[in-house]
Design a protein around this ligand. Structure first.
Ligand code: ADP
Ligand code: ASP
Ligand code: MG
Length: 465
């Protein structure tokens, strides 16, 4: 079971995690716990790693003090007795000292490599895991904490987005965790972080703790993965955008993967892969309301009458348009466009080409938009092509298996958006027919989500009630 940072950082969150562990263990289940960093700690660490290049020693100490306060507060709100609390705070102090040294190194060298960034961000989970493990021990259970690397997750050395090495991981995880489980212990593993073959700390990418949980589950042959968070499961839309979204009771791996890709619940886009391959069901549940059923993710694809199950939004993307007469009827040009992007390691999230073939529109991460524009201008300069980039757009996606073969869905979707006077900049439908995605100006994204949710998702809800 994995406990998310949003749950752990809320008042009582660590106690609730302790309650769940205690109850499940006493019911006779054996399991591994995976934890995220508390709340926004990963963001704070990433920012600190970037800023440290220009920080003085005092500024580093201020950042360390803020992190100390966050973790002290979490320990205060836990069930730990005085001695246990002191031991945990000593452990955290030791991590903060190592973090201080890492930040100082960055500030002296005025240089941040992907490798040192991973080292810095790893401290979030390395500080939350000992608190959760102590909370579990305070309930009379045996528990110890270990890093993802110590637990056996071995990756390549693509720092920041490391890829797990399957066979080596399965063997190491089993060797390390099975004996602990056999002894009746509850291992608490840091999510998100792993180690390279050379023994260095790597991270799996943002939202990676869910990925850690499914990797461990598939390696250990677990029966289920439980993801505990601060909302009732996967909701029909982001609760920060839409009032009272409903909980989706069931999703297929394919639908959930689509949603992870589109950023719903900030889940790592690859997190469902290991669960799907090993056919391990995944439950997403609210740690504050464990009696609720939550969302169950399995291979079954229910084509419910609710054509659109979830409306998701991807922010921080940019729209790239390539236009020119030469695109018409010259097949090689499109290939040149994509190979120029690929050789610059720009990941294309969405593509659409106009019927006239005079332009191709693409969506890329906002952080790679400038690089993509430059690469295309450089490599296509002799082909009479105009490249334009717009950083202020968002993708709104309607996801649900029921769209397959259902006529009129696209018309309903466009109608809902048009009724709010929102301009659609680009449209794409995945060949899986699990989603229809629209690109709108960033400022229109929330309105577009509300329009789709009110007029499509809620209409079906109302007609059922
Ligand atoms: P955790 O800390 O448990 O990993 P995340 O931050 O990854 O949680 O994601 C949970 C948050 O995602 C929720 O608090 C909710 O505000 C937000 N969210 C956005 N879209 C959705 C959605 N469709 N379903 C559920 N949560 C969503
Ligand atoms: N702490 C990491 C992040 O914020 C991993 C996770 O929470 O899943 O991305
Ligand atoms: Mg998360």
């Amino acid at each position: 079971m994995k406990f998310g940072g949003s749950l752990l950082a809320s008042h009582q969150g660590i106690r609730r995690a302790g309650d769940i562990v205690e109850r499940t263990r006493k019911a006779g289940d054996e399991f591994v716990v995976v934890v995220s960093a508390l709340g926004e700690v990963t963001d704070v660490l990433l920012q600190a790693a970037n800023d440290a290049k220009s920080w003085s020693e005092d500024e580093i100490l201020e950042a360390i003090d803020e992190l100390r306060r966050t973790h002290q507060l979490a320990a205060e709100h836990s069930s730990l007795q005085k001695d246990e609390k002191e031991a945990v705070l000593d452990d955290i102090e030791a991590s903060l000292e190592k973090l201080r040294e890492a930040l100082l190194g960055i500030s002296i060298l005025k240089e941040l490599s992907p490798r040192s960034r991973d080292l810095v961000v790893s401290f979030g989970e390395r500080m939350s895991a000992p608190i959760v493990s102590a909370e579990i021990r305070s309930r009379g259970l045996d528990s110890s904490s270990l890093t993802g690397g110590e637990a056996g997750i071995i990756t390549d050395d693509t720092f920041g987005e490391a890829a797990p090495i399957h066979g080596a991981t399965v063997r190491a995880v089993r060797r390390r965790l099975l004996p602990m489980l056999e002894r009746g212990e509850v291992p608490v593993v840091t999510g998100f972080i792993a180690r390279s073959k050379g023994g260095e700390i790597t991270t799996l990418g943002r939202g990676g703790s869910d990925y850690t949980a499914t990797l461990l589950a598939s390696s250990l042959g677990a029966d289920e993965v439980w993801i505990w968070t601060d909302v009732n499961g996967i909701l029909t839309a982001d609760p920060r955008v839409v009032k009272k979204p409903a909980t989706v009771p069931q999703l297929s791996y394919a639908e959930a993967e689509e949603l992870a890709f589109f950023g719903a619940k900030n889940m790592h886009p690859l997190a469902l892969g290991p669960a799907r391959t090993a056919a391990v069901p995944v439950r997403i549940k609210n740690g504050f309301r464990p009696e609720l059923p939550g969302t169950l993710i399995t291979k079954e694809q229910t084509k419910s009458r609710g054509v659109v199950k979830v409306v998701a939004v991807v922010r921080n993307v940019g729209l790239l348009t390539v236009a020119g007469e030469t695109l018409q009827g010259r097949p090689g040009v499109a290939a040149d466009v994509f190979s120029a992007l690929a050789s610059n390691r720009v990941n294309v999230l969405m593509i659409s080409q106009s019927v006239s073939e005079a332009n191709i529109s693409m969506i890329v991460r906002r952080t790679s938009l400038k690089l993509a524009e430059k690469a295309l201008r450089r490599e296509l300069r002799n082909q009479g092509i105009v490249v334009e980039g717009d950083p202020e757009v968002s993708v709104v996606a309607a996801v649900g298996a029921g769209m397959r073969g259902e006529r009129g869905v696209a018309a309903k979707i466009f109608g809902a958006i048009a009724s709010r006077g929102i301009n659609i900049r680009m449209i794409a439908q995945g060949s899986s027919e699990l989603n229809v995605s629209l690109v709108v100006n960033e400022g229109d994204a929330d309105d577009a989500v509300r329009a789709l949710h009110d007029q499509i998702v809620n209409q079906v809800r109302r007609s059922r009630e």
